[in-house]
Design a protein around this ligand. Structure first.
Ligand code: FE2
Length: 292
């Protein structure tokens, strides 16, 4: 199975790139299954129901998230319906809205398990992500050997430790949250494909997707500043992994990073799909936030 993981979709520029490039990427790379991190998809902060549904219409199968999934409480009831295929970190305290994993069935009958977890170093005081993933894997063990984990975490060390912890038990472990793509994609000794951070699908001209002036203002004065999504140097980023259907072990992993200036890049074909709406969702830029 060939799996595409789309790195954190940042606001409207990220959604725009996805709406135009996802289908050409799927055709060129013969992708069977797509996971995308969407926690910054709505103005950089959280997710709304219409935006989630639009992202699905572009060809995403399952959406993962992280700390920012809680930014807009209108999404809480949406998360409670597993069939919406949007998950939040599994190690959120019990009673949190939504689910931390999803078992997806492809049209050809193959099944893929997707688990989302959130790191704790420089993060929130939530449950242990390592032990939580043990529990999620126990629940999935009789359903499929093909497992994708989005570990949404700040530090390279926590993500690297997780790679060793799940090596041989999951097919693909992708770090998210920092929005900077790392150049360390590889297959671990026991068969788990891993990258410390998949990067960001969105504008790379500012500071991790936000315009630099507000971010700089906060660093220089420690006073609240308005953060707004940047607009230039848009890229679609992520990883593509090939996984053995029988064993669930990774065969290959490669980084994806494509510049998007409104046109489909050379080497990719325009794919028309009547159900694929162009990106035109209205969105409110949020006023104030911290990390992404
Ligand atoms: Fe995040």
């Amino acid at each position: 199975m060939r799996i595409l993981f789309i790195a954190d979709i940042m606001g409207k520029p990220g959604r725009w790139a996805l709406s135009q490039l996802l289908r050409p990427i799927k055709v060129k790379h013969q992708i069977d299954f797509v996971v995308a991190n969407v926690e910054n998809a709505a103005g950089g902060y959280g997710l709304t129901k219409p935006i989630s549904q639009k992202i699905m219409s572009y060809g995403v199968d399952v959406q993962t998230s992280g700390n920012h999934i809680w930014d807009r409480n209108e999404i809480f009831p949406f998360l409670d319906f597993a069939a919406n295929r949007v998950i939040r970190p599994a190690n959120c305290p019990s009673g949190s809205p939504g689910y931390g994993s999803y078992l997806h069935s492809l049209a050809d009958g193959r099944k893929v398990g997707v688990i989302n977890a959130e790191g704790r170093v420089f993060g929130r005081n939530i449950d242990c992500p390592f032990r939580t993933i043990d529990g999620e894997l126990r629940m999935m063990k009789d359903s499929t050997k093909i497992i994708v984990v989005d570990f949404h975490a700040e530090t390279t060390s926590e993500k690297g430790a997780m790679a060793h912890y799940v090596d041989g038990r999951v097919s693909l472990l992708v770090g998210t949250h920092t929005h900077i793509q790392t150049a360390d994609e590889h297959i671990m000794p026991n068969g788990t494909a891993f990258i410390t951070d998949a990067g960001m699908t969105g504008p790379h001209s500012g500071v991790i997707g936000m315009n630099a002036d507000g971010v700089l203002g906060r660093f220089l004065t420690a006073l609240p500043h308005r953060f707004t999504v940047s607009s230039d140097d848009v890229k679609i980023q992520g990883v593509i992994a090939e996984v053995d259907d029988e064993t669930g072990k990774a065969i290959s992993i490669e980084r994806l990073s494509l510049d998007f200036d409104g046109r489909v890049p050379e080497g990719y074909e325009i794919v028309r799909d009547d159900e694929n709406e162009d990106e035109d969702a209205d969105e409110e830029e949020d006023t104030d936030g911290s990390d992404t």
